[in-house]
Design a protein around this ligand. Structure first.
Ligand SMILES: [Zn+2]
Length: 158
């Protein structure tokens, strides 16, 4: 671990504290780095923006991608003050950075009242057994659009 990497994580932790103290949301911060330069930052902003998806990682990914003018975080490192929840884990996989560093882990988060274990458990359940039931509807109509996508020329693959 280099001093520079420690300074990026310190920045993520500082963002977690300032966001919390400003009432933006929970104590979570995130910094995205490319070529040793910060290209995106975020703190949890769920309360400030009434956006349940405004976790620090998602806010930072949006900021970084906007600054890069690209939908992928190729060659980027993510520094997050806490091990990502399942939603952020998914967002990170879609953004495809090269590495993730986290400070607090899932157990620390659960102790602070942010327990996301139930989401991992829900993923394993059949649709009808989930707390929020999922039901298939109008598959054939939607499938027609996928078929159009498969046939579509000049599309951007991602
Ligand atoms: Zn999250």
């Amino acid at each position: 671990m280099t001093e520079k990497q420690k300074s990026f994580m310190k920045m993520a932790i500082d963002l977690s504290r300032s966001g919390m103290n400003e009432g933006k949301g929970g104590p979570f911060g995130c910094v995205i780095v490319k070529d040793e330069k910060v290209i995106g930052i975020g703190s949890n902003s769920v309360l400030a923006t009434n956006d349940p998806t405004a976790h620090a990682e998602v806010v930072a990914i949006r900021d970084a991608c906007k600054n890069l003018g690209h939908f992928q975080l190729d060659g980027c490192e993510v520094y997050t003050s806490c091990e990502p929840c399942p939603m952020c884990l998914g967002a990170i996989y879609w953004a495809r950075p090269s590495k993730v560093f986290y400070a607090n882990n899932k157990v620390d988060a659960a102790k602070a009242g942010f327990d996301d274990q139930f989401i991992y458990e829900e993923i394993e359940l059949e649709n009808q057994n989930r707390r929020i039931p999922f039901q298939e509807l109008m598959r054939n109509e939607a499938k027609a659009v996928f078929e159009e996508w498969i046939e579509k020329e000049n599309k951007t693959l991602y």
